[in-house]
Design a protein around this ligand. Structure first.
Ligand code: BES
Ligand code: MN
Ligand code: ZN
Length: 489
């Protein structure tokens, strides 16, 4: 659950367990803080003049405050980043994480001149930093617990501050849904669980929800999706949510890979680190989270969210290398590696997307280990059939603090996935693995502008990132929503 957030104008006396002051390099003490600092004996001013604190990115200085009024002070640096909202979001995330660790329960956030966009960024950041997943853990005894951060006040006086706050909360809810689903283990977050969550989101916001199972997918001829699901007794689910607030405009379709667990199947993965493959549904979680945020923002657009959910298991009934399956657009696929399953699921979902006559389709998938090698945990891999859409998606990611980087879908690479026995094969081996995966998808993304996001490196982290603990980051909720918001009337 997101923390409780409010805004109020700066100035006047302040009572708070923790005052967070975000400062850029070289920024002097804000005038509205001077009287508070005087009350604290000038500790903030001294830290700045002695250059103990310089406002660098991720720099944090914790000062003890007074006996009443401002009890503690946390200076957080904004760094030299070119986008102030992104820097503020990061600083707020870090501050909330620190507050959570200290056990203060409540904080007040100050930074100079916060407009609606900046308030939104701070609200998102505070919520991101306070997020924690405790559902599968027994809490420590009461006297050993630290109070989690429950509420925060942002000091901003502008008339549109409240608007920024509400938008920030809408993002926070979507991110929280995505991160929670991602964090849940595969035995709890099953395809049925994703479908139920989708239905809940739809019911809450008056969206239409459609959920297909094995029988319905068979009727659609989805032999590609179904071959992945044939090794698991769990019912596979194709989840469709339709948000319609854009009149008769063609919808934007968001597609997510929802592999609740990926063992690799018969081409089984090594045991070491296999547990991370519970995160193979982060694309699907991102679609569900984005639908929640879009509805909360009340954007005047038509958006369809599609999630292809199943589990990739080895078994006596599992698909095996050499098998040939037929996707719902009639194309034959030779299975080379059953661990290249995400593209098989997405192929039929991308064909399914055609029926919505979309203006654009954007899919997000933890699709290739190769993308982690190419771009690390910093940038999402972006590839697509439409130059303008690629540009829009990358710009949206920049606004959201979720950077993306384009890789080329050149014709040359297609030879890598040419099959002797079928129309295409599902693996081109190691060279250009991220690109060949996207080129495979492109064979099924016909009839609309399409962009693919490889979020294998950005959707979760195996180590603490400083601002974000090990686990899900919430990517690609922000990129999705910013793209949709950018196209809303
Ligand atoms: N889910 C994995 C990709 C992945 C790997 C995501 C590591 C995050 C971290 C995907 O299904 C997969 O196994 N891809 C294979 C493709 C290969 C067999 C062509 C891969 O990347 O090794
Ligand atoms: Mn796999
Ligand atoms: Zn996978």
């Amino acid at each position: 659950m997101p923390i409780s957030l409010s805004v109020r104008a700066p100035g006047g006396s302040l009572e708070t367990p923790l005052l967070v002051i975000a400062l850029a390099p070289g920024e002097s003490m804000p005038a509205s803080i001077a009287s508070i600092d005087a009350g604290l004996g000038g500790a903030i001013g001294r830290s700045l003049s002695r250059r103990d604190f310089r406002g660098g990115r991720d720099e944090v200085l914790h000062l003890s405050g007074g006996e009443k009024g401002v009890l503690r002070v946390l200076l957080v640096g904004l760094g030299k980043g070119d986008d102030r909202a992104t820097s503020l979001r990061r600083a707020a995330t870090l501050a909330a994480r620190r507050a959570n660790g200290m056990g203060v329960g409540s904080l007040t956030f100050h930074a100079e001149s916060l407009g609606a966009r900046e308030v939104e960024a701070v609200a998102v950041g505070l919520d991101m930093g306070a997020w924690i997943f405790l559902e599968t853990k027994t809490l420590p005894p009461e006297d050993e617990r630290r109070e989690p951060l429950r509420e925060a006040t942002i000091l901003a006086g502008g008339a549109d501050a409240k608007q920024g706050l509400d938008a920030g909360l809408a993002f926070a809810e979507g991110y929280a849904i995505a991160r929670r689903l991602s964090m849940m283990p595969g035995n709890l977050c099953t395809p049925d669980y994703l479908a139920d969550t989708g239905r809940e989101i739809a019911a809450r916001h008056g969206m239409k929800a459609t959920v297909l199972g094995r029988a319905e997918m068979e009727a659609e001829g989805m032999g590609s999706f179904l071959c992945v699901a044939q090794g698991t007794p769990q019912e596979p689910r194709l989840i469709a949510l339709e948000y319609r607030k854009g009149g008769d405009a063609a919808p934007i379709v968001l597609v997510g890979k929802g592999l609740c667990f990926d063992t690799g199947g018969i081409s089984i993965k090594p045991a070491q680190g296999m547990e991370w493959m519970k995160f193979d549904m982060c694309g699907g979680a991102g679609v569900l989270g984005a639908m929640e945020t879009i509805a909360r923002l009340g954007l005047n657009v038509n958006v369809v969210g599609l999630v292809g959910a199943t589990t990739n298991m080895p078994s006596g009934t599992a698909v095996k290398p050499g098998d040939v399956v037929r996707a719902s657009n009639g194309k034959y696929i030779e299975i080379i590696n059953t661990d290249a399953e995400g593209r098989l699921v997405l192929a039929d979902v991308l064909v399914y997307a055609q029926r919505f006559k979309p203006s654009a389709v954007i899919d997000a998938a933890t699709l290739t280990g190769a993308c982690v090698i190419a771009l690390g945990h910093t940038a999402t891999g972006v590839m697509g059939s439409d130059e303008a859409l690629v540009r829009d998606v990358i710009a949206a990611g920049k606004r959201a603090g979720e950077p993306g980087w384009e890789l080329p879908l050149w014709e040359d690479y297609k030879s890598l996935i040419k099959s002797e026995v079928a129309d295409i094969k599902n693996s081109g081996g190691r060279p250009a693995g991220t690109i060949t995966a996207a080129l495979f998808l492109q064979e099924f993304a016909e009839g609309y502008p399409w962009v693919h996001l490889d979020i294998a490196g950005t959707a979760y982290s195996e180590s603490d990132l400083g601002t974000i603990p090990a686990g899900p980051t919430g990517v690609p909720v922000g990129m999705f929503v910013e793209l949709v918001r950018g196209r809303a009337s």
